[in-house]
Design a protein around this ligand. Sequence first.
Ligand code: GRF
Length: 195
Amino acid sequence: MKRVAILIGGGGSNMVALADSMTGDHPARPVLVLSHRPGAGGLDKARARGIPIAVVDHRAFPDRAGFETALTAELEKAAVEVICLAGFMRVLTPGFVTRWAGRILNIHPSLLPKYPGLDTHARALAAGDAEAGCTVHEVTADLDSGPILGEARVPVKPGDTPDTLAARVLEREHRLYPAVLRRFVQGDRTPIILP
Ligand code: GRF
């Protein structure tokens, strides 16, 4: 069984989708849910599932190096083998990413390489895009630019706001991320394209 940590910063709906997928004959198990925000709603959801939780509050550290040292300590304590970023809103340094090379995944709410960074749905709407979506990719030192492991597309509908579009994309995130993780822990990195 691969030992998976899910790193969150918010509501944790992707964490729930991932954690709930890792049952039965799934080749991985969630061994840690870690938040960089003490108040993250996802922490309660992890607790309710009996998954060990940790908080590494980024504001308690003067710099990224200190924050990441604490992060690494928690991950090592739980003997983590694969890291899933799921709403974890801290940029990771090349040092951290190198330490975990080939073992960190992220989900991003756009069709990468379009719209790396923040405010993806507002940017897609402002550009008049006909479709939007989400991407799961390997994390490398370049933000939102690692090898793509899967994507799912949704239509942009008339009258969409960033919130309505985000909700449509989020529902797809919850299907895509578990599908990619299951393959990834089996060593299969062929991209999954959900319709
Ligand atoms: C998702 O839209 C994810 O793509 C982005 O942050 C959001 C996290 O939502 N990186 P949740 O905490 O998983 O509900």
